[in-house]
Design a protein around this ligand. Sequence first.
Ligand code: NAI
Ligand code: MG
Length: 355
Amino acid sequence: MADPLQSAINNQQSKICVVAGDGVGKEVIPAAVEVLGSLGLGLEFVEADAGFERFQKSGNAIPDATLAEIESAGVAMFGATSSPTTGAVAGYRSPILAMRRAFDLYANLRPVRSLPGPFSRPNVDLLIVRENTEGMYAGRERRDGDTAIAERVITARGSERIARVAFAYARKLQISNLKSQTSNSKKQTVTVVHKANVLKVTDGLFRESCLKVAPEFPGVTVDEMLVDAMAMRLVRDPENFDVIVTTNLFGDILSDEAAALIGGLGIAPSANIGERAAVFEPVHGSAPDIAGQGIANPIGAILSAAMLLDHIGQGAAADRVRAAVNAVIVDRVWPRDLGGSATTREVTAAIIGNL
Ligand code: NAI
Ligand code: MG
C-alpha cells in the first residue's frame, strides 16, 4: 500500500512560496521566513500576493499568478486573510478556499503539543487530522422561505484518504519514538471521532471507511469516540490521545478547543496537505485588533514553518526550530497573549538566537 505521506514529501525541496496576506500575517510570516532563512539550508523564498487588501486594490483576492507560484514551489507559507465583514462582496473569493480547491488540500493537520510555560497544560502531544474538503463545509447551503438547509457531504473516497493520512502519521510517530527511545514509545492510537449514533448515514460512512482502512496499518491501534464525549475528554485528559481523525466541522471545533489547552491561537500551527501542494499556516486569522502594533505572537507561524520543514524532508531542522521555541518559552520571552510583554521582533530574535 502506497504511503499517503510519501507522495507529498519532496526531499531536498528548496523553493518556498510566501504569502503573508492581511493584518498580522504581514508580521508573523516574515518572522517565520527569517527563522527558516537562518537555518543555513539554502532555501529560496518567492513572495506572492493574496488577501482582502489585494482584492480592494485589484478586484482579485488571489491572482492566478499566486496559485501558479504555489504550484511551482509545491509548498507555501501562508499568514491569514481578512474576510469582508458585511455579507458577500461581489467578486470576492476567499484565498484559502481558492487554494484548497485548486490543489485539493484535503488533509488539515493540527498538532497540539505542550509548551514549557504556565499557560500550557503539560504532557499534551496529540495531532488532529481534519478532513478539509467535504462534510458541513461542502458549500451546499440553501434557503427555502423560512427554512434553511445545509447538506453534509461524506464520501467513502474522502473518508478513506483522510484516514490513511491519520494512520500513516501514527505509524511515523511510532517509528520515530522507537528510534529516539523517548519515554513516549508506547503504541500510537488513532481515535476516529464521529457522531454516527445520530448521523447514521453520513458519519456511519465516515466511521466505516476509517475502520476499513485500519488493517492496512497493523502496528497502529484504532479506537473511536463520539464527538461530544471527545470534547469533554480533551478538557479532562488530553494527555491520553495521540492522533484524532474527524470530519471537517468537528475537526474545526475540536482543534480550537485543543489549542486553548496549550496557550491559545497565537501558538497553534497547521498544515493543509494535498497531492500537488501543501500550505502551512498559523491557525489564527488576521487579528485586526492588534495588527500593525508589532506585538503579534509569531510562534504559531514559526511552528507552522517547522511543519513545512518536516514535509520537505528536513526533520532535523524542524526539531531544531521546535527546540528553540521551547528554549525561548523557558527563558520567559513571552509575547502579550502568553502573559508577557515581548514584541514580535524580540520573540523572533530570541528563537533565532537559540537555533
Ligand atoms: P483571529 O484569529 O484573527 O483573532 C482572534 C483573537 O486572537 C484576537 O483577539 C486576536 O488579537 C488574537 N490573536 C490572533 N492571532 C494572534 C497572534 N498571532 N498573536 C496574538 N494574538 C493573536 O480571529 P477573528 O478575530 O475571528 O478574525 C479576524 C479576521 O481574520 C476575520 O476577517 C476573519 O475572517 C479572518 N480569519 C482568517 C483566517 C485565515 O486566513 N485562515 C482564519 C480565521 C480568521
Ligand atoms: Mg490561518
